[in-house]
Ligand binder design. Structure first.
Ligand SMILES: *Cc1c(COP(=O)(O)O)cnc(C)c1O
Length: 517
């Protein structure tokens, strides 16, 4: 088999190609460390682990490999350095403002981490006897209580593992409720201003998705929605606040109209941080809504970090919610209602979303977050999230086109477009130039309702000083794009890599792999 490259540095690895005056021998630039792929520096001859040659071998039978696996190996210290060096090329919320719209990249209080790491929580096993995990069940149950209280809903399914998973759970509840009524309604209406996961979920659950247009204001067109309602409509999926960063003011009228024809209302509540403590979705006639604990109630997420998407349910849908859930009994004990007890206690459940009970670590973090903020603190979360987004919106609308600026205050995020940039300059140029300024770019080209969208969610945890610096950076970049500064077209100039062909990289990843897995 082909040997991999010998471990270590090779002259051609120099990052800058040696052409410019600032090139260094190593390719490193002070603390900006260049790092080749592990396939380039690892060798099949090296390993950081020693196995005992005398260990009795289990009989591998037909699972035995016929050839060496060919994985590149490094010594322990080289391995640690390789991944630490790579990790330094990441942007993180602990490094600076992370303006990704819709993602709610906010500060994660360290108190949550301390609580989640307490051995009594961190070390529980999902198959432990229930009488030994009463504390963990109490956390699930108390968090469930808070979520119901904050949303004004009737029940909650705690087990979904992310926002999109929660959407599926809610839609499966709607499906089960329709089946129980003996109805076969096939259509889910999804407005243009909904998050992309909404139509994907509806289609995945077997519904036909139909668009509802947005008004010029960026909200659901109530009249168009009413005109489409009928006996084939299972319901609507509405993102509120929507992806234009606006509150759907007609939500109650929408719910009433959908209920009048026998449909259900799903609300995407991923961005609940904009309204927590201010609005109770249950009062707006919503039947099911997922809450992204990792966004609103803070857990480090993104880049593969965990999600958790509990779904609050109305009285009409709660009977169909999934098992298991933690129930408190008259003697004070907590038990999980699972398959064995569901027949008696929750007979109409549609079944399970997950093998176990949900994201325990995130439940602990979310409850720690909620209890440390208290009801008044949670209300201030929403107020500050909205204040910060409006500060960004109003500070930049003189240099960037804000299509819904005239629609009134935004909620948790500010939306701009590429209208008015110099000929040939795009949203992508602005995003790339922000990398040179030391920021992760905002969400780009989403939502689709406007051309060249830039969606900025500053979140409530940023100070005015941090926002002012970001606004200054974006203002400077926007002015360069308006004036057609050619240097912008080649940005980023200071990042380890400049513009990759992202489509090609995703479709045809080149992995220097010569093994035979
Ligand atoms: C983040 C988000 C989702 C998806 O949540 P995941 O946890 O990533 O699955 C859905 N809708 C909206 C509006 C979101 O912001």
């Amino acid at each position: 088999m082909t040997a991999l490259n010998p471990a270590g540095w090779r002259p051609e690895m120099s990052v800058s190609g040696g052409a410019d005056d600032s090139a260094t021998f190593t390719g490193n630039r002070a603390l900006m460390l260049e790092e080749p792929l592990i396939f380039e520096i690892g060798s099949t001859e090296t390993t950081g682990v020693d196995f005992d040659d005398d260990a009795p071998a289990a009989d591998p039978g037909s699972l035995m490999r016929s050839a060496p696996i060919g994985l590149p190996g490094l010594s322990e210290s080289e391995t640690v350095r390789h991944y630490t060096r790579l990790s330094r090329q990441n942007y993180a919320i602990d490094l600076g403002l992370f303006p990704l719209g819709s993602c709610t990249m906010k500060h994660n209080p360290r108190l949550n981490e301390k609580v989640a790491r307490m051995p009594g929580f961190a070390d529980v096993h999902p198959l432990q006897p229930q009488e030994t995990v009463q504390g963990a069940l109490a956390v699930i149950n108390e968090l469930a209580f808070w979520l119901i209280e904050l949303t004004g809903m009737y029940g909650v399914a705690m087990s979904p593992k992310a926002g999109a998973h929660g959407e599926l759970c809610g839609i499966l509840c709607i499906k089960a409720a329709l089946e129980a009524r003996g109805e076969d309604r096939r259509v889910l209406l999804v407005p243009e201003s909904a998050h992309g996961t909404n139509p994907a979920t509806a289609a995945f659950a077997g519904f036909t998705v139909e668009d509802i247009p947005a008004t010029k204001e960026g909200r659901v067109d109530l009249e168009a929605l009413k005109a489409r309602l009928g006996p084939d409509v299972a319901g609507v999926m509405i993102t509120n606040p929507n992806t234009c960063g606006l509150f759907e003011r007609d939500m109650k009228a929408i719910s009433d109209a959908v209920h009048a024809v026998g449909g259900y209302v799903y609300c995407d509540g991923a961005n609940f941080n904009a309204i927590v403590g201010k609005v109770r979705p249950g009062d707006l006639g919503i039947d099911a809504m997922h809450i992204n604990l990792h966004k609103t109630f803070s857990t480090p997420h993104g880049g593969g970090g965990p999600g958790s998407g509990p779904v609050v349910l109305s009285e009409a849908l709660a009977p169909y919610g999934p098992i298991p859930y933690a129930a408190r009994y008259a003697d004070g004990s907590l038990k999980l209602v699972e398959e064995e007890s569901a027949g008696a206690e929750h007979p109409e459940t549609f079944g399970r979303m997950t093998a176990f009970h949900g994201q325990m670590g995130m439940f602990t973090r979310a409850l720690a977050y909620i209890l440390s903020h208290g009801a008044d603190g949670l209300k201030q979360v929403a107020e500050d999230a909205v204040l910060n987004a409006n500060y960004v919106l109003r500070s930049l609308e003189d240099v960037l086109d804000a299509p819904f600026g005239p629609s009134g205050p935004c909620m948790h995020e500010a939306l701009f477009t590429d209208e008015g940039l110099a000929e040939g300059f795009t949203t992508l140029d602005i995003a790339k130039a922000l990398i040179d300024e030391g920021y992760h770019p905002m969400t780009v080209y989403f939502p689709l309702v406007v051309h060249g969208a830039m969606l900025i969610e500053p979140t409530e945890t940023e100070s005015k000083a941090v926002l002012d610096q970001f606004i200054g950076a974006l203002r400077s970049v926007a002015l360069r794009a308006k004036n057609g500064d050619p240097a912008l077209k080649a940005a980023p100039h200071y990042a380890p890599r400049a513009r990759l062909d992202e489509t090609l990289a995703a479709r045809k990843p080149v992995l220097a792999w010569e093994g035979n897995l």
